[in-house]
Each structure stands twice: as structure tokens, then as C-alpha cells.
Design a protein around this ligand. Structure first.
Ligand code: KDG
Ligand code: MG
Length: 402
């Protein structure tokens, strides 16, 4: 069996997605998600110009060898562009293998460890009252776990709070918008938010929060400590982790669980975080961290240290990635939780899929492969539109972490 054709499909049904499609000489089709928010065309060029010419004619069943070929063979290892490109090819090959076997990918990984993936939804509001209302709405919809983000008085815009009620899409069309940031205002208001949320919904719901890399380690330690009475499921991205040791200082100050990894692209980004038990949940995604083949390696390594998965699942991960995540999460023994930011109805139309939300869980039927498709004719009606994530600046104009 041979890879006969391989191509990227770029579409913007409200937001940009890059999809890899591999076709075998026997007509079996595999799909992979290669979307890197704000840098989509860099991954497309990497794939079109440097990866695809090397893959035509290879046996698509040799997933591991193709992974090693693209990783070791590039000489220039890792980085988000390379690892997203490898990930998309890898996902498509697992999709093909599942279809050849007539089995869902979770069966190829080792079968089901659970019936569904507990997900967390996003509740946000321009102020505490609106955020609490959104939490209550999510409880009514059946969510067992909810991430809460609120506007901060004195800041014109805050991470995680959408322009329209109930929906948050961080990327914006055009050039990167600039947003102000003030850590002291944020730290003053966030514990108060969670005190009110617990008062409103009690302790039976898991609550999560994303600090989005805005804090220094000691500030994160303080926030974690002040949130302890509200028993959060986790604080996410408390501080940037280029220096993995930074998390040791946070750990010394708080027992609030820590999650990080949505910007990681390989096991090397989290080796010390995991082996030194500086985190509790690893958030690497299948799309940005080398595909199922590599994320499986991260999860197995994490299991040795009782670190569980909590994969990124924002709207910039396409339904192809989400389908892979559901297959992966049904199998992975050290599953923790899965993020779910529902896609728009139009995105769901472009990518018909088998997974679905049921009473707080993501479930899927027993279908071969990943259980996701692409409507190419519909996708073609929505061409790429330049869009970026915002950037953040302090009050004096200095750049900060968005
Ligand atoms: O592309 C960046 C977004 O996916 C990110 O800002 C969303 O932090 C995020 C999250 O936790 O979903
Ligand atoms: Mg995040």
C-alpha cells in the first residue's frame, strides 16, 4: 500500500483551519489537523513544500517510521511549526490505519478505559455577576467542570472574556489587537470571583481557571494560596514554562493543582515539570505536540509521576483534532479532563464528526478511524482570512505575555 496523494485544505468557516488529507492508492482517506493559530500558512508551506514530496509512495501503515523520518530527518528538531506539521500527518495516518482495520483509533491504542471524557466548558462574563450567570447556565447544560474567567474592573479587555455573551474566540481578523494588562488588579479581583462562584453553585462542580501565562512564579504562588478555600480543579498556565524550574517556587506556596502545556510541542518541554512532579495535569494537544504517536509518549511518561492529561480543546483546534482527542481520551489510562470550547455550527458543518457532548462528557460511536470528515466543497466557500491572537502591554507600554 502506498500514499498516492497528500494535500492541505485551508478554510475559514468563521476562523482558519488547516487540514491534511492523505489518500492511499487503495482510496482510503485520512485527515489530520495542522492548525496553528495566527501562523496557519507557515505550517501549510512547511507541509506543502518540505513534507509532502517526501511522503508520496511510502507505506502509510508505517506510522512510527514516518514519524521518526519527519522528526529526526528534518535535522532541525521541534518547534510549533514542525511539530504541528508532523502531528497532522500522524493523525491522518492513524485515521487510515483505523479505517483499514475497521476499528476506531481508540481500539488500536488499547481499547476503552472509560465510556466518555469528562469535559470542562468555558463560563465567562464582563463582570462577576455575568460570569456567575454563565456558570449557572453551564450547570444546567450538564457540565460537571467549568472554567471561569471574568472581566477585571479597570481593564478594558481581559483574557477569556468574549465580545459576545456566551462565546469566546480569541483570534481576530486583521492585525494583532493590543490589550492592556495589570497584574495587581487581576490578583485583587480573582479570589473574590471564586468566593462568589462557590457561594452561588456550591462545591459539587469542578471549577478551573486560566491565568494565561500572565503571572510571575511568586504571584502565581500567592493566587494559588488565596484560591485554596475554593478547591479549584486547577490553575492553568500560572507562569510561562520556558524555564520549567519556575514551577518549583509555585509548588512551595500552594496546594492548588497546576496545569500547563497548551503551547508545548514536545516531551522535552515538560520533562522536568513531570519528573519533578511540579504539575498535576499536562495540556499538550495532539495537533501541536507531534500527533497521537508523540502525545502517547508524553502521557505514558506522565503516568509514572501521577500526572494526568487535561488536553487543550479551544476553538482553534479543529474537529479533526477533537475527534483524535476523544479517541485518545477514551483509551489513555491517566486521563484527567478534556477542554471543550464548542465550535460554531458552520465549522461543525464543514467537519461532520461522530463525537458529541452528553451530560458533561464527550462520547463517540464505534466508527472506523477518527470518526471525522471534511466537506471540501463547503470548505472551499470560506477561503483563508488573515487573523491573529492579541498581544498584551502593561500600562507603561511594555510588552507582556498575552
Ligand atoms: O490559540 C490560543 C488559544 O487556544 C488559547 O488562548 C486558549 O488558553 C486557551 C485555552 O485554555 O483554551
Ligand atoms: Mg489556556
Amino acid at each position: 500500500m502506498k500514499i498516492e496523494r497528500i494535500q492541505t485544505i485551508v478554510t475559514c468557516p468563521g476562523r482558519n483551519f488547516v487540514t491534511v488529507k492523505i489518500v492511499t492508492d487503495e482510496g482510503v482517506i485520512g485527515l489530520g489537523d495542522a492548525t496553528l493559530n495566527g501562523r496557519e500558512l507557515a505550517v501549510k508551506a512547511y507541509l506543502d513544500e518540505h513534507v509532502f514530496p517526501c511522503l508520496v509512495g511510502r507505506d502509510p501503515r508505517n506510522i512510527e517510521d514516518i514519524w521518526q523520518y519527519l522528526y529526526r530527518g528534518a535535522y532541525w528538531r521541534r518547534g510549533p511549526v514542525t511539530m504541528s506539521a508532523i502531528a497532522a500527518v500522524d493523525m491522518a495516518l492513524w485515521d487510515i490505519k483505523g479505517k483499514l482495520a475497521g476499528m476506531p483509533v481508540y481500539q488500536l491504542l488499547g481499547g476503552k478505559s472509560r465510556d466518555g471524557l469528562m469535559v470542562y466548558g468555558h463560563a465567562n462574563g464582563k463582570d462577576h455577576a455575568e460570569a456567575i450567570e454563565a456558570v449557572q447556565q453551564h450547570v444546567e447544560e450538564g457540565y460537571k467542570a467549568i472554567r471561569v474567567q471574568s472581566g477585571v474592573p479597570g481593564l478594558a479587555k481581559t483574557y477569556g472574556v468574549g465580545k459576545t455573551k456566551g462565546f469566546y474566540e480569541p483570534a481576530e481578523k486583521g492585525l494583532p489587537p493590543e490589550e492592556p494588562w495589570d497584574t495587581s488588579l487581576y490578583l485583587r479581583h480573582t479570589p473574590e470571583l471564586f468566593r462568589k462562584v462557590r457561594e452561588a453553585v456550591g462545591h459539587d462542580i469542578h471549577l478551573l481557571h486560566d491565568a494565561h501565562h500572565r503571572l510571575t512564579p511568586i504571584e502565581a504562588g500567592r493566587l494559588g494560596k488565596e484560591l485554596e478555600p475554593y478547591s479549584l480543579f486547577w490553575i492553568e498556565d500560572a507562569t510561562p514554562a520556558e524555564n520549567q524550574e519556575a514551577f518549583r517556587l509555585i509548588r512551595q506556596h500552594t496546594t492548588t493543582p497546576l496545569a500547563i502545556g497548551e503551547v508545548f510541542n514536545s516531551i522535552w518541554d515538560c520533562k522536568d515539570l513531570i519528573s519533578e512532579q511540579l504539575i498535576d495535569y499536562i495540556r499538550s494537544t495532539i495537533t501541536h505536540a507531534g500527533g497521537i504517536t508523540h502525545v502517547r509518549r508524553i502521557a505514558d511518561f506522565a503516568a509514572l509521576y501521577q500526572v494526568r492529561t487535561g488536553f487543550h480543546g479551544a476553538t482553534d483546534l479543529s474537529p479533526v483534532c477533537m475527534a483524535a482527542a476523544v479517541n485518545f481520551g477514551l483509551w489513555v489510562p491517566n486521563f484527567g479532563i478534556q477542554e471543550l470550547m464548542p465550535h460554531s455550527p458552520l465549522t461543525n458543518e464543514v467537519f461532520p464528526h461522530n463525537y458529541r457532548f452528553e451530560d458533561g462528557y464527550l462520547v463517540m460511536d464505534d466508527v472506523p478511524g477518527l470518526g471525522v470528515d471534511i466537506d471540501e466543497a463547503l470548505a472551499a466557500r470560506y477561503p483563508y482570512e488573515r487573523a491573529y491572537l492579541p498581544v498584551a502591554r502593561l500600562r507603561d507600554g511594555s510588552m507582556w505575555n498575552w
